[in-house]
Ligand binder design. Structure first.
Ligand SMILES: Cc1ncc(COP(=O)(O)O)c(C=O)c1O
Length: 362
């Protein structure tokens, strides 16, 4: 069997034992909490990984873009939630085409997003399920008040083209919650969602489901009353950002295999993986861009497009031609840089697969 170290670099590597463990742990936890799991597949963009998630008990899959939904539909997935507003005639036609093929749910967060989508559905003689997005504190899209929510729900009710499937939020602001605060913050976000649902029900408007989702808070929101579904994404792979939030280093399933192409006298090794292979997100105060899988102190102190700058020291020596495995800062943006990923057990390559949803930004 081929060794990962025989692959050309830079190459995305997924450790199958760790991936399966991450998927199983999340599925088992959600099953015991009685909360449905509809994982966000924007992290891996792979029908193969989504298939493992469904086999472990996920009820459906979440995507960010219609293009990602089309890839998953072509691969045979039948329950897809596009957790993102899609606006414009071209997008309405693509969503309606998907709706004819499978159980699709789309997103709205205002009458302005609901009305034209409803009109397009009526014209096509279709009914489209939509979830209303609520902003529980991230400060991105989503209804921020009961008034906005009710106006949006009334817009859905006013058309034969849409059916309200519930409300959803991405509580990404909980990435900033200290560990001893996460349960309280998750409870507060869940309570906001329940208050929003109750406001709809009081007006006689339907709200069959509350869906929340983010990796660091998935376990904490799942234990809150009223939360029906969670949509974590990064938990499949983990990354340095998740490690900072308590994700175990030994569970990190994603690395970029890279070759040392130059070793400088000042203690820096230059790798053939830069921002075009690892991505350039660096939410860390020390502005580092990745770290070696096997030597935690070995960090990338800089990236340019095609080069990574690895700070040596502590007696670590590398030579030109050595191959290293780097844990990226952010799995989702890193994966989106690659056409292929190799799945391996220990160092043996089991398969090389396409990142099928890569670059599907429309
Ligand atoms: C709408 C939505 N749901 C779920 C998620 C998954 O959260 P995480 O990236 O923390 O796994 C995201 C992430 O951006 C999101 O935007």
């Amino acid at each position: 069997m081929q060794s990962i170290y025989d692959l050309d670099t830079p190459h995305l590597i997924v450790d199958l034992d760790r991936l399966e463990r991450n998927i199983a742990e999340m599925a088992t936890y959600m099953a015991s909490a009685g909360t449905a799991l509809c994982p966000h597949t924007k992290t891996h963009k792979s029908p193969y990984v989504a298939g493992l998630q469904l086999a472990a008990g996920a009820t459906g899959i979440t995507v960010a873009k219609i293009g990602e939904a089309e890839v998953m539909a072509d691969a045979g997935f039948t329950n897809i939630f596009i957790a993102n507003q899609a606006v414009g005639a071209i997008k309405y036609q693509r969503m309606l085409a998907l709706n004819r093929r499978l159980d699709l749910t789309c997103s709205v967060d205002s009458p302005e997003t609901a009305h034209p989508l409803g009109d397009a559905a009526v014209l096509a003689g279709e009914k489209l399920q939509v979830m209303i997005e609520v902003d529980t504190g991230l400060g991105r899209a989503g209804c921020r008040s009961v008034t906005e929510l009710i106006e949006t729900a009334l817009a859905i009710e006013s058309t034969d083209g849409l059916v309200c499937a519930g409300i959803f939020t991405h509580e990404g602001h909980l990435y900033g919650s200290p560990a001893d605060q996460i349960i309280a913050d998750a409870a507060s976000a869940a309570a906001k969602m329940c208050a929003m649902r109750d406001a709809l029900l009081e007006k006689g408007l339907p709200c069959p489901k509350i869906s929340m989702g983010s990796t660091p808070s998935a376990w904490a929101v799942a234990m809150q009353p009223g939360v029906d579904e969670v949509r974590p994404g990064v938990y499949v792979y983990g990354d340095r950002l998740q490690m900072q939030r308590g994700f175990p280093r030994d569970n990190c399933a994603l690395t970029v295999l890279t070759t040392v192409v130059s070793v400088r006298a000042d203690g820096v090794a230059i790798l053939d993986a830069g921002s075009k292979s690892l991505a350039s997100d660096s939410p860390f105060s020390d502005k580092t861009y990745g770290e070696d899988l096997n030597q935690p102190g070995l960090v990338l102190k800089g990236v340019s497009e095609e080069h990574g700058h690895l700070r040596l020291g502590n007696g670590v020596q590398v030579r030109v031609g050595d191959k290293l495995r780097i844990i990226p800062n952010h799995a989702c943006t890193c994966v989106n840089m690659h056409d292929l990923f190799a799945v391996c057990r220990a160092d043996s390559v089991e398969a090389v697969l396409p990142v099928a949803g890569r670059g599907k930004i429309q």
